[in-house]
Design a protein around this ligand. Structure first.
Ligand code: C5P
Length: 220
């Protein structure tokens, strides 16, 4: 019997990571946050002051960077042995990440890591191209959406919770720009897989959303 694979894709702030964590816990699956991997690369590029527009250089950095995701409920992220769990959520990293993620060399390297993670056992993987590209054979593919206003507010709240006070307008602008880059890039852009179940999460609470997904997974 093969291990269960659940793909969760969608734009920023659609509720993917919150839902993915809970669903993974309930079903005893690994949770893999692929966005954290892209963020770790963007963090490294900024940290060493590499020119972000230099695709060759950034792709090389991606190849040489060691990224480790911890699977405990703390979800710690290491980049070359340094703990970067909080740092990768900074507005600077958020602004840089979609550029880094548009480079095929970077995606190729992280795809390898993501497939390795998936080989550890059953997974809930969240990202942008999981259902379309990383796990095309996933048992369940969900595409979460919500209005831009609601998504921006959620991001803003998330940041506030970890003590990062950024004006809502700034969060909104950054998010819209990031979604644009993610949707318009040539390699594995953000879009629902043909066989994805699309869930509009606007005005829907986490509990309700989790219940809906669990019902679909367990019923199917
Ligand atoms: O999920 P999160 O918002 O942390 O993702 C950060 C960025 O990483 C996305 O905006 C996107 O540019 C990139 N990403 C991606 N493919 C994935 C996951 C994330 O391109 N599977």
């Amino acid at each position: 019997q093969h291990a269960l694979q659940i793909a969760l894709d969608g734009p920023a702030g659609a509720g993917k990571s919150t839902v993915a964590k809970i669903v993974a816990e309930k079903l005893k699956l690994f949770y893999v946050d692929t966005g954290a991997m892209y963020r770790a690369i963007a963090y490294k590029v900024l940290k060493i002051n590499a020119p972000i527009d230099d695709e060759t250089r950034v792709s090389q950095i991606a190849k040489e960077t060691e990224i480790v995701l911890d699977h405990s409920d703390k979800r710690i992220v290491w980049c070359d042995g340094e703990e970067v769990t909080e740092e990768i959520r900074s507005p600077d990293v958020s602004r840089a990440v979609s550029v880094v993620a548009s480079y095929p060399g970077v995606r190729k390297r992280l795809l390898e890591l993501q497939r390795l993670e998936a080989n550890r056992g059953g997974v809930v993987m969240d990202g942008r191209d999981i259902g379309t590209y990383v796990l095309p054979e996933a048992d369940f593919k969900f595409f979460l959406t919500a209005t831009p206003e609601e998504r921006a507010k959620r991001r803003w709240l998330e940041l506030a919770k970890i003590g990062k006070e950024v004006p809502l307008q700034e969060v909104t602008q950054d998010m819209v720009e990031r979604d644009r880059l993610d949707t318009e890039r040539e390699v594995s852009p953000l879009k629902p897989a043909e066989d994805a179940i699309i869930l509009d999460t606007t005005g829907i609470g986490i509990d309700e959303l989790v219940t809906k997904i669990l019902t679909l997974v367990q019923g199917g």
